[in-house]
Design a protein. Structure first.
Length: 552
């Protein structure tokens, strides 16, 4: 059991009371994604709560695909959802279910409601019914079909099932209360005609249950004791309860919690699909996307995502968390668990003039400064090196920690060296530093005990790997891209959210497995891309070492 799942929230308080009183004897939850898109960071909170709660109480959590809308569903999404949940560290075991497995039962339950006089076939269009439904402060009008006999409704519903009518010609409505202050209780549609082939049931059905009708029945059939939803479903709960009570079947209970919201992020699946379809990002797993597969590709860890969920907590009020909170959690995790390596993003050459031209040495450097158990690696050193352009400055002040002429600098784990001459091009840009090293300072320590304040990273030019490195920044330029109703959210896309460079990396980085995370010393956190190969090294920047306004 993970430590994060032992935290308590108001739903756990309810469960504790239910178990203590004997009202419930087991905890059964479910995560019910619609297979119409990829999971994002908002879904992670629901996964964490659903699976984590079951884990905490030694219960079980079902994975159930709510596949009631065949036009929007795709097997690609099904496989991606399963992969993302497992990546977060959860497993449903044998408890994988589909709403479509219950279509026969749902149809029989609809017949039961018709026979009780609690459902009727309505010919009003969606817009026409809105007029009949009216507004919350005024009672609605009774739709024309509301007075049909049970026999007429059974006949029409059967003919709907047989495909005699076109899409939109009729819907089946629950007969509840056209004067209810809750519009969701004013005779909501529970079945609609949709002549579409279903990925699971094929062409067996041309009528499909609405989500509100299907969801509570699915929970009941599976014996779900705690059905957790986000807050927008709170006004749907009376309908959830009404259906179960009228059908007189096992009564699951629905509880609502606040969504996970972050600044600088848009979580609408419809809008994410727009970005993908319009080519504004490179697919659902683009590392700038808030999808779990995108975050995985960028190098975020499941542990950091779950810690974010634990930190923001489970409450009954909507809030928005700063993206900096998430970034700090990711950095803390990466700093603790990432291997170290050396990479130069904007290189200038260093030539050590008194170092033998044909000599190559190997220095052992730790893979992690605080974790001896991770061992050491060998890094080649030669006469010509690459260093960061920012590690040289003309006439540098004392606080500058890089090369300037005449100042001694430590080359990480190797030698001490002094810059004697600077080569510049016609535009005044530095192209090369001419240096000398102290042969007695092997390992980076002065034999006479003199102190050297500056330590910089480097890569041997003879052995360096040229790698494509993608520097990602925030996808949007404002905290709330949906906040300005006069503009499209795409107006706030950051044109500089991706910059691709060629970096110089130490040679072992060409051979790491895709998905391996590193801290490039003094530069930032990077992850080998899914397409990374020895022939084409490719890394994504996860985050800089310290927060910047455009970091994620």
């Amino acid at each position: 059991m993970s430590e994060n799942n032992q935290t308590t929230n108001f739903i756990h308080d309810i469960i504790d009371a239910d178990l203590a009183s004997g009202k419930r004897t087991e905890v059964v939850t479910r995560f019910p994604p619609e297979p119409n898109g990829y999971l994002h960071i908002g879904h992670a909170k629901a996964i964490y709560l659903d699976f984590g709660t079951a884990e905490k109480y030694n219960g079980r959590c079902h994975l159930r695909f709510d596949d009631t809308n065949p036009e929007a569903e795709d097997e690609e999404y099904v496989q991606a959802i399963r992969e993302d949940i497992k990546w977060l560290g959860y497993d449903w075991g044998e408890h994988l279910y589909w709403a479509s497995n219950y279509f026969d039962t749902m149809y029989e339950y609809a017949i039961r409601l018709i026979n009780k006089g609690k459902a009727y076939v309505c010919e009003l269009t969606k817009d026409e019914f809105k007029e009949y439904r009216s507004i919350p402060t005024e009672p609605g009008k009774e739709p024309p079909g509301r007075s049909r006999s049970i026999e007429e409704n059974l006949d029409l519903f059967e003919r709907m099932k047989k495909g005699e009518f076109e899409d939109g010609a009729y819907v089946l409505r629950a007969r509840i209360d056209m004067a209810s202050p809750n519009l969701h209780m004013r005779d909501p549609a529970i079945y609609r005609i949709k002549k579409a082939t279903h990925h699971n049931t094929g062409d067996k059905w041309c009528i499909y249950p609405m989500y509100d009708f299907a969801h509570c029945i699915e929970d009941s059939i599976e014996g779900i004791t705690y059905s957790m939803c986000t807050l927008e479903f709170e006004v749907h709960r009376p309908l959830y309860d009404w259906i179960l009570e009228e059908l007189e079947i096992f009564h699951s209970r629905q509880y609502e919690f606040s969504k996970l919201n972050l600044t600088y992020i848009v979580l609408s699946k419809r809008r994410l699909l727009q970005l993908v379809n319009e080519g504004l990002v490179d697919g659902w797993d683009d590392p700038r996307m808030p999808t779990l597969c995108g975050m995985r590709r960028r190098g975020f860890t499941p542990e950091a995502i779950k810690k974010l969920c634990a930190t923001v907590g489970c409450t009954k009020y909507e809030s928005i968390s700063e993206i900096e909170l998430f970034e700090s959690i990711v950095r803390e995790d990466l700093n603790e668990n990432s291997l170290r390596a050396m990479g130069v993003m904007d290189p200038i050459k260093v030539v050590i003039e008194n170092y033998p031209e044909d000599l190559t040495e190997e220095f052992e450097v730790p893979n992690h400064p605080q974790k001896e158990e991770l061992g050491n690696r060998k890094v080649p050193f030669s006469r010509e090196l690459w260093i960061e352009r920012t590690d040289y400055m003309d006439d540098a002040p004392n606080k500058f920690r890089g090369f300037t002429q005449g100042r001694e600098v430590r080359l990480r784990g190797a030698y001490l060296a002094v810059c004697n001459e600077v080569i510049k091009d016609a535009d005044g840009n530095v192209t090369e530093l001419r240096c000398t090293y102290d042969p007695e300072s092997k390992g980076g320590s002065a034999p006479d005990g003199r102190k050297v304040k500056s330590t910089i990273h480097w890569v041997s030019a003879k052995h360096a790997v040229d790698a494509e490195v993608r520097l990602y920044e925030r996808l949007y330029t404002v905290e709330n891209p949906l906040g300005d109703k006069e503009k499209d959210f795409k107006d706030f896309l950051n044109p500089d959210s991706l910059k691709t460079i060629t970096a110089k990396l130490e040679p072992m980085l060409a051979h790491v497995a895709p998905g391996t995370r590193f801290q490039f010393e003094r530069v930032g956190y990077f992850c080998a891309d899914l397409d990374h190969t020895p022939e084409r090294p490719l890394f994504n920047r996860t985050l800089t070492l310290r927060g910047t306004k455009n970091d994620a």
